[in-house]
Ligand binder design. Sequence first.
Ligand code: NAG
Ligand code: NAG
Ligand code: NAG
Length: 461
Amino acid sequence: MRMSPVFACLALGLALIFGEGSASYQPQSAVASLATDFGVKVFQQVVRASKDRNVVFSPYGVASVLAMLQLTTGGETRQQIQEAMQFKIEEKGMAPAFHRLYKELMGPWNKDEISTADAIFVQRDLELVHGFMPNFFRLFRTTVKQVDFSEVERARFIVNDWVKRHTKGMISDLLGEGAVDQLTRLVLVNALYFNGQWKMPFPESNTHHRLFHKSDGSTISVPMMAQTNKFNYTEFTTPDGRYYDILELPYHGNTLSMLIAAPYEKEVPLSALTSILDAELISQWKGNMTRLTRLLVLPKFSLETEIDLRRPLENLGMTDMFRPSQADFSSFSDQEFLYVSQALQKVKIEVNESGTLASSSTALVVSARMAPEEIIMDRPFLFVVRHNPTGERGPERPRHSRRPLPILLDSGTIQAGVDAPTSPKRTPGSESRLCSPSTSWRGVLFLQTGCSSVPQFQLSH
Ligand SMILES: *[C@@H]1O[C@H](CO)[C@@H](O)[C@H](O)[C@H]1NC(C)=O
Ligand SMILES: *[C@@H]1O[C@H](CO)[C@@H](O)[C@H](O)[C@H]1NC(C)=O
Ligand SMILES: *[C@@H]1O[C@H](CO)[C@@H](O)[C@H](O)[C@H]1NC(C)=O
C-alpha cells in the first residue's frame, strides 16, 4: 500500500476533531462535523493551490479563529463567514457545544497529549462596542488581552510568545517581521499542540530507504517505516469509480487515530480523494472498517508549512473581510474602519516510529485601514486661514442678530507649486509679519505661530 504524506497529515487534523467520545454527545458532534467540514473545505482550497507539494493543515485551527471572527463582524462580512461555516456562533447552543468539544479534546482521558487554546489580542486604547468583552468571554471563555500595537516589536513578541508557550516551543515565530504594525488593532490566534504515541509502534529496525512515487511520475528514495499487524482497514470507491484504501493507525490512548487513505492505482491523483472529502465521508470510513492483517509501509517524515489563508478563504466566498472598503467590524469597534490584513497558519509535524508530534498556529490580523482616500494637492489650489471661533454662533445670541462673519487671517492661491519655503512677504501698508503662512513645496501649508499682533484681515461673505 502506498502512502502519501499529504494525506497522512490531513488525517491527523481530522483525528483531532473526531475523538471517540465526541460521538456520544449530540450537539458537540454536530459542531465537530460542521467545524470539520469547514476546515476540510479550506484544506481543499489550500491543496488545490499547492499542486504536488506536501501540505499539512489544521482544520480545527482555522475553524476556531473564524468562529471568533464571526463575533467581531457585522453585515455582509459576517454573513459570508456564516455561510461558509454553515453555522452561527451566536446561535443558541453553538458556543457551549464548541466549548465541550474543546474540553473533550483536552480531557485527561486522552492519554495522548493534545492542547489547544484561543486568544484575542486587542489594541489597548481602542474603544470597543459596548458588551463586546463580556460577550466574547461568555462564548469563548477567553479573556480579551490588551496590548499596545504602537510598540510594534513588543506586541509582536507578546503574540509570538503566547503561541510559543501553547505549542511547547514548536512554533516560536508565527508573526514575522512586518506582520504587526502601527495599524494593527486585533489579532485572533489559535494554537494547537499534539504529541501522540502509536498504540503499535513501528520497529526501528524495519525502517529502510524505499522509493516513493511522486504524483508527477518521478520517484524519490525516502526512509520508510514498516510493520505487519492487524489494522482496521476498508476499501471505498469514489463517485467516479476509483478504488481507494483506508487504514487506521490508533494512538495509545485509544481516543485518537490517524486515518490514512490513498487511491489504489498509482495513476489516480490524490485530488480524486481530496475533492470529495467531508466529515460525513470520514465517519463512513470509520464505520465500515474491519480488522485485517496487513503490511503497512509508511514514510517517516517531518514537515513544516506556512500557509497564506487569504486566497483559500476568498475562494469560499469570504471576500469582504479582506477588503478595506467593504469589511464590516461593527460588532467589535466602530471607532475606525477595520479589515483582515493577514490570515495565516503555520504547522509543524514529525511522524516517526514512535508516534506523532505536531503543532499548528492560526492567526488573523485585523488592521485599521489607512487614510481612506488620498488627496494630493498637486494641482492649483486655494487656501484660506480662518479663525474659527469668531464665526461660531453662540446659543445666547438674540435670534435676529446677524450671524458674525468668520475672520480670515490669510488667503492665497498656489498656482505653480512652490519649490522653496518663502519668507513672509511684506505687502505695503500691511503689518503682517509672523502670521503670514509660509508655504513649502507642493503647497503644504505651515502657519507660523506666535504672532504678536493681528495683521490685516479680510472679511468674507
Ligand atoms: C478498530 O476499530 C474499533 C472500533 O472503532 C476500535 O475499538 C479498535 O480499537 C480499532 N482497532 C485498531 C487496531 O485500530
Ligand atoms: C459504509 O459505507 C457505505 C457507503 O459505502 C455507507 O452507506 C454506510 O453508511 C457505511 N456504514 C457506516 C456504518 O458508516
Ligand atoms: C520520534 O520523534 C520524537 C519527537 O521528536 C522523539 O522524541 C522520538 O525519540 C522519536 N522516535 C524515534 C524512534 O526516532
